[in-house]
Write a protein that binds this ligand. Structure first.
Ligand code: GLY
Length: 394
């Protein structure tokens, strides 16, 4: 597929459905490459980034069977310093990008076994992490519970404030000439077996050379998308708390601290402005974004086991968001089986981390029709190929 540069000034070269961080970074990078670009979203800068903690945790969030995803995560982590500097420079926004590192700790013997296995996997994968005794962990973070049995120090896993990131991306898009249509995308318009644009909920038909579906967990729900190219994403609910560290308690924690408590992940992400983000549940609850007493209880119970002094802090916000989960937990990036339709979705737990590389990959595909080598495993077509194989008669 070759990129389409429409001569009609009313129709953009690229129309991005979804103004979350993934849609915005795609639009920003596309506009920087000279494509006339538009975004359709009733509230650009909203979405899962309003809930996410913003850990850039390629190493501490490594999971068995996700080594291919690790490559893309590391590629994006490598791009973060330049990306953050460029975005700050372009917008004047402070992104809350903090190169503070992460400490993953174990609270009991089972946790320690789990963390030792993670350490071994990290080492086999050539990643940098250092095993610390409980005493060494508490020397780094004195607020940790006395019972901490050991931990992993990962100096390369940082954080950014996703709300500030989203807001900066809106500004960067505006400054790069991206046009915003503040409406819901209701239907993909298909003409002659090619994606031709979008009908919005307020009845406008927006034509475009290429359409990028980047609507997070909603990406599988757009009417008009032919069944064989509907991205297989589902909502994975995450409840997240925000507390405030009063000035007299600072520094409460100096880096991100995380643990697996009774099989559930809990993490504490301290911002320089005193915000302390505590996350997150992971629930298969469909489209439900209710904050539940049970969710808040479990997060506070686990966080309290990790850092007992935390219960003294004001609880300032509780919120739930939806991660766009994919069947292999990795994103879908690039062209689909419908000409003119691309997707950038399915980022699941790694949307904030994968923002820089996603923008670059999508701008590359939009302008060349090809995925760069490091992104080839993430083609959305990997799922249609599997579907075709299973449909073949024995
Ligand atoms: N990456 C953190 C989360 O998804 O909760």
């Amino acid at each position: 597929m070759s990129p389409m540069h429409t001569s009609d000034t009313r129709a953009p070269d690229a129309l991005v459905i979804g103004g979350g961080i993934i849609g915005l970074v795609t639009a920003w990078r596309a506009a920087q490459r000279g494509l006339a670009t538009a975004v359709v979203d009733p509230e650009p800068g909203g979405g899962a980034a309003q809930v996410a903690a913003g850990m850039l945790a390629a190493v501490t969030e490594l999971h068995y069977g996700e080594q291919t995803l690790l490559g893309l995560n590391l590629e994006s982590a490598r791009r973060y310093p330049d990306f953050a500097a460029e975005l700050s420079e372009a917008t004047g926004h402070d992104l809350g990008y903090r190169r503070c590192g992460t400490l993953a700790v174990a609270l009991d013997a089972d946790d320690r076994t789990h963390l030792r296995e993670l350490h071994a996997l990290q080492q086999r994968s050539g990643l940098e992490s250092e095993w610390l005794t409980g005493r060494e962990c508490r020397r780094l973070e004195p607020m940790l519970a006395p019972g901490v049995r050991g931990g992993l120090r990962v100096d390369g896993d940082h954080q950014i404030d996703p709300r500030r990131l989203a807001s900066a991306l809106v500004t960067a898009c505006e400054r790069a000439g991206v046009v915003f249509h503040r409406a819901w995308a209701e239907r993909l318009n298909v003409r002659g077996e090619r994606a031709a644009g979008v009908r919005t909920a307020d009845g406008a038909d927006l034509a475009a050379g290429q359409v990028v579906l980047a609507a997070g967990s909603l990406s599988g729900r757009l009417a008009g998308v032919p069944a064989h190219v509907v991205p297989p994403v589902r909502p994975v609910k995450g409840q997240v708390l925000r507390l405030t560290v009063p000035r007299q308690y600072a520094p409460f924690l100096s880096r991100t601290v995380r643990a697996v408590v009774r099989g559930s992940h809990v993490y504490l992400v301290p911002r320089e402005n005193g915000e302390l983000v505590v996350g997150a549940t992971s629930e298969e609850m469909g489209w439900d974004t209710t904050v539940t007493a049970g969710g808040v209880y479990e997060l506070l119970r686990d966080a309290h086991e990790l850092v007992p002094g935390l219960t003294e802090l004001p609880l300032t916000e509780t919120r739930a968001g939806l991660r766009p989960g994919s069947p292999d937990n990795a994103p879908l990036l690039g062209t689909t089986g419908l000409d003119g339709l691309l997707v950038a979705t399915g980022h699941h737990r790694n949307g904030v981390l994968l923002t820089p590389v996603t923008g670059d990959v999508m701008a590359h595909v939009l302008t060349t029709g090809e995925l760069p080598d490091h992104a080839r495993p993430f083609t959305p077509r990997r799922f249609s190929a599997a579907a075709t194989l299973t449909e073949q008669p024995a």
